[in-house]
Design a protein around this ligand. Structure first.
Ligand code: RUG
Length: 803
């Protein structure tokens, strides 16, 4: 730990200087910035990223070797902060890397949770176990507490009429009121410095942590009430204690709501403070900063900004609304109904009484303008579709509606997803504002997801292209196409895959004591959150089927078979019963298959616990086939599909999310596709409901379910819920897609027998991944939504202090 800390502090020192220079320069230039608000930032390890971005890896290696240390081993000592659940938080982290790399003036704003996403282990019965991730237990050199930035955030209390100090009158038409919160919590800034690759520009990720207004109640303390004396502190700190462990599912807890408000209130205060520092009026906010709302979690920023403008800054409502809409834009990341946040009006009224009034006013004004008033049913129907407030089991505020209405642009994250939100989820809004809805396809940073995690492949690409420009502009990869058939190049390419597979092989041996082969074995990997729509269940059921087939084979037939190692990793939300059952089933199946001497090394199934960014960095470069098999229309984009294809894995995928972009860019002949299209899903679902999924299920799958019910993998009662779902309505249409999924696996096995074809597909995949860079994504946002421009720090100014 000591060497790791010492190394990290040297990097931090350098970053602090660059950061100071950058911030001063942005201020001087008065450039427009973007503020990216996200309740999650899944950053991954920092040290290697910073050393690489600052182009210091060789220097550090040499210097440390001189002292008897290996830099790679020092990297391994770093913890991996888990301040995110999955794709949404990791996307935000990729964006920060790109923004700094391309010199965009940018800020990330999030929460510094005391406990990250739970640590997952697997119990003796195959079940998921959860343990608190106390990541702040160890020093974390890359986060700096900024003592100058402490902001009081109010909650609850009352709302009073505004009285004009001159006329002593209240004016209803001013829409102005005074909120008097009854509780306060302090938001403390913690800054993580974000270095760009090959530039001095260093941006900020500001994470807020909660503190009490008064750390200790001295009166209580002096009367011996020690517990009571620190009660306020504990209550306040509780606010940013935990990251809610849900991915694609809304969490309806009061504390979560408070976290959301805490995040946006502190952030807006900070942005406006910086605007005022430049002595600029509030009317200039949209020219000072674009604010991107990463999903609906930060949409309370809309009524909060209205409150600041109208109640505090005395700006007239319509003008305030114009500023607000021009400032915000909102990204939708899901259409799954369970993930669309809706907060009870009662809860908002209790915690943020003034904000509830503002939301009602926004809604009223919007409906007045956009739905005909009248008593006929049609206009009532339209009003209820458009209304931010929904009357269902409770009176609820639809946060996605608020996001749409309060922003000038709304984007989805892949073409198919953006079309669904425009034509289905928000069709009523897109007919009012056709130009508001746009697509910005997700991307990943090539620095972390190829250059750093797969150094050998990175070197091969650089030497082949005779330039490392691709690290900065991924479209250069297209030149690799020329080498796709080249035998010598294919051999080098394949050798690197073998090297990465060996690394993974060693890990598997160390962690699980399991021997797996490398050379003639297909590594088939599915790593992502465990969710019914992502269909890990279909994956494991297919391998039960394959297992049963192998058991029936003669020794001769077995010799013809391709060997396969199936790897699955991912966490399930602790309250998500079906997902936890799927994990248990995977582990039970794995135990039976891996210990069956008749199977030997023909098939192995490995569940890797505690999936993280670091584990992904090990697995992705070692993968031959990567699975992205969600039900069409459910995965908004997916981003690991891009990381895999970039690293030469061939996609086994459905026609969903960004798989479609992969298909379009590299050609369907280079992807293993299967299953139906999104447009066919509703018909299949309807058939399942009408005829019963069991009756429509292929015999192959019925047989697999039968074996589970016979108790082959333990008491079938433990899997009752997922089995019943499959036999009943099968919402994610596993039954329908099972046969073509098995067929695609056959095609994979056949293709594997032809190495030239295999490596050609692999190389073409990488060559056709230029579009998958987050650099392209950010350029799209900057040009079509944020209207910001790069502002590179002049080299001489900053370096003069450093050299
Ligand atoms: O599930 C989506 C992924 O499809 C997507 O790639 C990612 C980034 O856009 O966001 C994921 N997501 C959506 N995570 N949480 C949500 C809903 O809040």
């Amino acid at each position: 730990m000591g060497t790791y800390l010492a190394t990290s502090y040297t990097i931090r020192d350098r970053l602090l200087q660059l950061w100071n220079d950058t911030q001063e320069y942005y201020k001087k230039e008065k450039v427009k910035q973007v503020c990216y608000i996200s309740i999650e930032f899944l950053m991954g390890r920092f040290l290697q990223n910073a050393i690489i971005n600052l182009n210091l890896e060789e220097n550090y290696k040499k210097a440390l070797a001189g002292m008897g240390y290996a830099l790679e081993e020092i990297y391994e000592e770093e913890l991996d902060p888990a301040l995110g659940n999955g794709g949404l938080g990791r996307l935000a982290a990729c964006f920060l890397d790109t923004l700094a790399t391309h010199n965009y003036p940018a800020w990330g704003y999030g929460l510094r949770y005391n406990y990250g996403l739970f640590k997952q282990s697997i119990g003796t019965d195959g079940e998921q176990l959860e343990k608190t991730d106390i990541w702040l237990d160890k020093p974390y050199p890359f986060m700096v507490e900024n003592h100058f930035i402490r902001i009081p955030i109010g909650f609850c209390g009352t709302v009073e009429d505004y009285v004009d100090p001159n006329t002593k009158e209240t004016k209803e038409e001013s829409n102005r009121s005074i909120w008097k919160p009854s509780e306060y919590v302090i938001a403390q800034a913690n800054d993580i410095l974000i270095p760009g690759y090959g530039t001095d520009n260093t941006n900020t990720l500001r994470l807020w942590s909660a503190r009490a207004v008064e750390e200790l109640d001295f009166e209580k303390f002096s009367f011996g009430d020690f517990k009571g004396a620190s009660e306020q502190r504990l209550n306040a700190e509780n606010l940013t204690n935990v990251l809610y462990p849900n991915d694609n599912e809304a969490e309806g807890k009061e504390l979560r709501f408070k976290q959301q408000y805490f995040l946006v209130a502190a952030t807006l205060y900070d942005i406006i403070r910086r605007l005022k520092e430049q002595k600029r009026p509030l009317e200039e906010l949209p020219d000072f900063s674009a604010i991107q709302l990463n999903d609906t979690h930060p949409t309370l920023a809309i009524p909060e900004l209205m409150r600041i403008l109208v109640d505090q800054e005395m700006i007239e409502w319509d003008k305030a609304w114009e500023i607000t809409q021009k400032t915000f834009s909102y990204t939708n990341h899901t259409i799954l109904p369970e993930a669309l946040e809706r907060w009870p009006v009662k809860l908002i009224t209790k915690l943020l009484p003034r904000h509830m009034q503002i939301i009602e006013m926004i809604n009223w004004k919007f409906l007045e303008k956009n739905s005909q008033v009248g008593q006929n049913n049609k206009s009532k129907e339209l009003r209820s579709k458009l209304s931010i407030i929904e009357n269902s089991w409770d009176t609820l505020v639809r946060m996605a509606w608020l996001g749409c209405i309060g922003s000038h642009k709304v984007n989805g994250v892949s073409p198919i997803h953006s079309n669904i939100i425009k034509d289905q989820l928000f069709s009523h809004f897109s007919s009012i504002w056709p130009k508001k809805f746009v697509n910005v396809t997700n991307g990943v940073t090539p620095r972390r997801w190829l250059h750093a995690c797969n150094p050998k492949l990175s070197d091969l690409i650089t030497s082949t292209l005779e330039s490392d420009d691709w690290i900065y502009d991924l479209s250069h990869l297209s030149k690799l196409r020329e080498f796709a058939d080249n035998e010598d190049f294919q051999l080098k390419w394949a050798a690197i895959k073998q090297y990465n597979k060996k690394k993974l092989q060693r890990f598997v041996k160390e962690q699980f004591g399991l021997d797996i082969g490398v050379h003639d074995v297909i590594y088939d990997v599915q790593i992502k959150r465990i969710h019914e729509y992502k269909r890990q269940l279909m994956n494991i059921l297919s391998h039960v089927y394959n297992y049963l087939q192998i058991k029936k084979m003669t020794e001769e037939e077995k010799k013809q078979l391709e060997k396969k190692v199936v790897i699955i990793a991912g966490k399930a939300a602790p309250g998500y019963k079906a997902a936890k059952m799927i994990i248990k089933l995977i582990n039970r199946v794995s135990k039976v298959i891996n210990n069956d001497p008749e199977i030997g090394d023909l098939l192995k199934v490995i569940y890797i616990p505690n999936y993280s960014v670091t584990i992904a960095e090990l697995l992705i470069p070692a993968t031959d086939v990567s699975e992205h098999i969600s039900t069409p229309g459910t995965e908004a984009s997916g981003t690991s599909n891009m990381k895999f294809v970039l690293n030469g894995a061939i996609t086994l995928g459905t026609y969903d999310g960004a798989n479609l972009e992969i298909i379009e860019n590299i050609g369907e002949e280079n992807v293993f596709t299967f299953g139906i299209k999104a447009s066919e899903v509703s018909q299949v679902k309807q058939n399942n409901i009408e005829k019963g999924a069991w009756n429509l299920m292929p015999k192959s799958l019925q047989g697999v379910l039968g074996i589970i019910e016979e108790g082959k993998f333990g008491d079938p009662e433990e899997f009752r819920m997922i089995l019943q779902e499959l036999k009943g309505v099968d919402r994610y249409i596993l039954g329908n897609d099972f046969t073509s999924y098995l067929q695609a696996q056959k095609v994979i096995n056949e293709t594997w027998k032809n190495p030239e074809k295999w490596w050609k597909m692999s190389i073409i995949g990488c060559a056709g991944s230029g579009w998958a860079s987050s650099d392209r994504t950010i350029k799209d946002y900057a040009e079509t939504i944020w209207d910001i421009k790069p502002c590179p720090l002049p080299k001489i100014e900053s370096n003069s202090q450093l050299n």
